[in-house]
Design a protein around this ligand. Sequence first.
Ligand SMILES: [Zn+2]
Ligand SMILES: [Zn+2]
Length: 425
Amino acid sequence: MTRIAKAGTFALALAAGAFLIVHPSARSTSRAAEPAGPARPVVARTGVPRLIDLGSTECIPCKLMWPALEAMKTEFAGKLTVDFVDVGKRESLPLARQYGIKLIPTQVFLDADGKELWRHEGYISRYGILDKFGELGYAFAADALKPAFSRLDAKPDERAKDKVCYFCDGDMDARAQVTVKTDKGDVRLCGPHCYFIMYSCLTEDKTDFEKKVSVADWATGKAVAFAEAIYLTGLDEKTGRPWTRAFADRAAAEKERADAGGSIVGWQVLQARELSHRCGFCDRSMHPQDGALVKIDGVHSWGCCSHCAMGVAARTGKDIEVHQPDRLTGQMIVVRTLGGYIQSIEPATAVAWYGKKKTADGKYVSAGCFHQGFFATPENLKKWAELHPTEIGQMITIDQALGDKMKMTLAQIARACKLGECAPK
Ligand SMILES: [Zn+2]
Ligand SMILES: [Zn+2]
């Protein structure tokens, strides 16, 4: 068996599933075909670089890449040469030997003089290719990835600080407010759900944590110790989203139940239910109605936001299918990944909003899960941004949303969204 025939066999094995068990959070490992040597400084490069994709008409990852490669030939004409080599053809053997490929597809990144700069084995997306050419110093690639829409200065949020929930940035309702005593002062939350999100993010010892917490009595607005309150909880008739109201005494809770329905439960029951749905990426407590459904080998998990949903591929090393409604219209957007890259996006026009905030030293960082989202079209995103004038951030491709997560190490993922790492303020 020739070397190439072996490669083809391996590639078919990949197509049959072997590809899927490569841990994609080690996607950089799957890219580790880079020639050995010290890291090159990034320099601005001129001339027309070349991308050679060595694949076959028989391999599924190869075929998945074709539409993007074909489109790139036209989009970057005069800036990038894209060649596809079918290693199944006899005449391609010398070239395949010359590049010493071990499996297909393999993409070889060459400079204008034909010098190999980098190579990648397995499926790679348009974003992955451009991201790498940008990193290698090619301006056309970095330009192609610039956001088509961004807003980094916005109307300041003029609400008084004590009227804004520490976690979700939502308006506070005095009848539902939860207050947590901390070393740095009181933390105010819009209700028990945001409290449980905070609780699920805590990395410190949680023993007796509820002793630091008080909740407003829905009937009187007066604070009551969290563990001494009783809770009326039910489901929203239309959305199925849980709601919770706290009471200092049972009679008031029963009176409310006569009007609103629901069940009366103690705080432990409430906590068990609130912690039963967790983000598959950051482990944060969430209501499925607020986030994305993530299917892993057909098993349901969740993403607390659209970006966390993509991160489930990085955390689990599995191929995933994400179902996330457009934040403006509710239209469902379905994204499938393969080997840590995008396999398909429906509708194909869908984009992501990367919500940001400006830190005291002027840097832009993630604004946290409540400020992210997917949109079926860039127009929907722009309309949503108009309706939310205090939101800042930029439009990115869903490919990039996944790529950003795939770059994270497992240690970074373990800290993701934990209190202080990604807190909204
Ligand atoms: Zn909140
Ligand atoms: Zn999350």
